[in-house]
Design a protein around this ligand. Structure first.
Ligand code: GDP
Ligand code: IMO
Ligand code: MG
Length: 427
């Protein structure tokens, strides 16, 4: 069973891709299975910083095949920019494969994303404006354009002649915006077709071949469980399925190939965009953690909202994803915070709740129940062995294990690949 699913914790940006980069050293393949260029990841290795939106972090390992899977929606212009930046940084992209089944974010999608957000007024979601929601909506409506369509420009033109009037009607009549033309889009996408052709193919034989040979495949997560369209804080979610089930569907891999589902959780919590956040810190400590943790979005640069670790949300994530091991990241950011708090559940309308509620209004207005633990003052960034962490830091990690119901196998204490403690089995 060669598959490892790397799934994000609550609301994304836990450092999933730092962990994927680390694991990719011993993997033959990394598949990014869902989401789009709403995701943003930073990986630091040997003092160099790499930024990704779409390309799996495995690309930094020359022997690893990197697949952008069928569950992804991608903006071809953003993908080309990312390819160019990686080539300029010296990365080898010979092993990049883009599934012909992945959907494309078309030029009207980011425009519609903006108008839809504006129309929501006070109830806006805080999307990344990358057109991800509108692109997934069109996929479900079966009026989406797939990457494979770039190889069939006549077909693309015919389909545009059907789809564009639908889009232009909304843009012009509802929003008073200028229409798109078939000619302009066709010209733009003809250019993309030429530049992306070498990467586009059906990864099915590659993935199945790797599975048959028992090779290690990592499914690279994007976003997080509470942003999942079904399992998250709907409607304050993204339009895809960041949970483990979504990872499998988006990569075309069955559950029997999964050896480990690794949940990546941050030692505290962040959220970008609007929506309930029961452990949010809106005081000076929140601001301090934002600065120390450099909590500003990789994609949009927006300050991330910051709060305490939410064990109720994390335990829910462990359960709905079937997580059997946890990578706990950014523990170093809590150095010097005393006490450290953990949200352990909620009270909603006077009733105790042990897990996040489906009712979004109850989630927004619940009271959070906390547990305080002693903090630690010694810096952890240079620690490489679990036993050398300050005792209260170990106490914190172990309390999280007890509360969420899964062992912490990796502790990350800094952005660099090297700044990771791999724990032996047991404590
Ligand atoms: P992702 O979207 O889950 O891959 O995470 P992001 O890359 O968006 O955000 C994580 C940020 O934290 C990045 O800037 C990482 O370089 C950084 N990071 C990752 N792990 C650690 C850690 O253990 N400590 C610190 N201080 N930073 C980390
Ligand atoms: P990574 O992979 C954090 C959030 C947006 C917004 C909501 C909907 O880097 O962890 P969308 O543009 O997807 O329609 O926006 O989802 N969001 C993320 N937040 N990390 C991400 O990805 C995110 N991708 C989407 O901020 O609240
Ligand atoms: Mg991110």
């Amino acid at each position: 069973m060669p598959g490892v699913i790397c799934v994000g914790g609550p609301w994304g940006d836990e450092g999933k891709v730092k962990i994927v980069d680390l694991l990719a050293e011993s993997a033959e393949m990394v598949v990014r299975s869902q989401g789009g260029n709403n995701a943003g990841h930073t990986v630091v290795t040997g003092g160099r910083e790499f930024r990704f939106n779409l390309i799996p972090a495995g690309i930094l390992h020359p022997r690893t095949t990197c697949v952008i899977g069928n569950g992804v929606v991608l903006d071809p212009r953003v993908l080309l920019d990312e390819i160019e930046a990686l080539v300029a940084a010296g990365a080898d992209l010979a092993n990049l494969v883009v599934s012909e089944r992945a959907h494309m974010i078309m030029p009207y999608h980011p425009v519609l994303d903006r108008y839809e957000e504006e129309a929501r007024g006070d109830d806006r979601l805080g999307t990344t404006f990358r057109g991800v929601g509108p692109a997934y909506s069109d996929k479900v409506r079966r009026i989406g354009f797939r990457v494979g369509d770039l190889g069939k420009l006549r077909f693309l033109e015919k389909k545009l002649a059907f789809v564009l009037p639908l889009k232009n009607a909304v843009l012009e009549r509802l929003h008073g915006a200028p229409p798109f033309t078939v000619e302009a889009i066709l010209e733009e996408f003809t250019g993309y077709a030429a530049r992306l052709a070498r990467y586009i193919r059906d990864p099915f034989p590659l993935v199945q071949g790797a599975l048959a040979r028992g090779e290690r495949i990592i499914l690279e997560g994007a976003q997080g469980t509470m942003l999942d369209l079904d399992l998250g804080t709907y409607p304050y979610v993204t339009s895809s399925y960041p949970s483990a089930g979504g990872a499998l569907a988006g990569a075309g891999i069955g559950p029997r190939h999964v050896e480990t589902t690794l949940g990546v959780l941050k030692a505290y919590t962040t959220r970008v965009g609007y929506g309930p956040f029961p452990t949010e810190l809106e005081d000076g400590l929140g601001a301090r953690l934002r600065e120390v943790g450099r909590e500003y979005g990789t994609t949009t640069g927006r300050p991330r909202r910051v709060g305490w670790f939410d064990a109720a949300v994390a335990r829910y994530g462990v359960q709905v994803n079937g997580i059997d091991a946890i990578a706990l990241t950014k523990l170093d950011v809590l150095d010097g915070v005393d006490p450290v708090r953990i949200g352990i559940g909620y009270r909603s309308k006077g009733v105790a709740q042990a897990h996040p509620m489906a009712n979004i209004s109850h989630m927004k207005h619940c009271e959070t129940v906390y547990e305080d633990l002693p903090g630690w003052s010694a810096p952890t960034a240079d620690v490489r062995r679990y036993a050398e962490l300050p005792a209260p830091a170990r106490g914190y990690v172990e309390r999280i294990e007890d509360l969420v119901g899964a062992p912490v196998t990796h502790v990350s204490v800094g952005p660099d690949r090297e700044q990771t403690i791999v724990r032996a089995a047991g404590r």
